[in-house]
Design a protein around this ligand. Sequence first.
Ligand SMILES: [Zn+2]
Length: 249
Amino acid sequence: MKPVFPSILSTFTDITAAFTSRYGGISKVPYASANLAFHVGDNPEDVIQNHDLLADNLGYNRNRLIHMRQIHSDTIFLVDDNLTFDTPPECDALITNISDTPLMVMSADCTGILIYDPIQKAIGAVHAGRAGALNSILPKTIEAMSQSFGTHKEDLRIVLGPSIGGCCYEVNKQIAVECDINGYSSALRRVDEKVFLDVNTILLEQLKRLEIKNVEVIEHCTSCRCDEYFSYRAEAQRTGRLAGVIILR
Ligand SMILES: [Zn+2]
């Protein structure tokens, strides 16, 4: 495994937060090599071994890891002690203030988001593609942290992981209209008859509206850089998933 540690989270000693790339695992093409998702057609034993390699690398118990059955929704799950690695909830955001309970978001073009509240000692992991972003899953997750943990939004540190950029993500006219209606015209780039969408611009606009300033964006486009990351679009939908992981120690 070759995780990247976002700089705005790496200064805190009571959490570990990282994003994986496609390197350092044992899966074979087209999942080579660090695929972490079970639903994409990869050999489940290889996926488990990749999870174990990552757990060893970041120093957590793999059986304590909570991941998600992601459905491009705005459903947020408050993690409790009843969940295990083998029972991922159907949702697109996880929040908790329980220590030694790693939260994982997986992606291959969508934006994985890691959230840390250093005052209330709470964390979140969010999956936001175009649908999730337009359904405001990120602001809703922040609101859920406020309700559950007393989080003040201005205390938050937030990282947007590697995702497909406006350089590569072509969308249809209907989506462009939806962006315009919701005040996200700046996320669109029009080239002749084509329209391209930068989902991170929507997410950053939402954080700006909430006056959240401590934000880091890992700028790499997964489609441009599918040598380094998995890209659902650049690889004809047959590929693995990378992950963002955050652990409260
Ligand atoms: Zn690109």
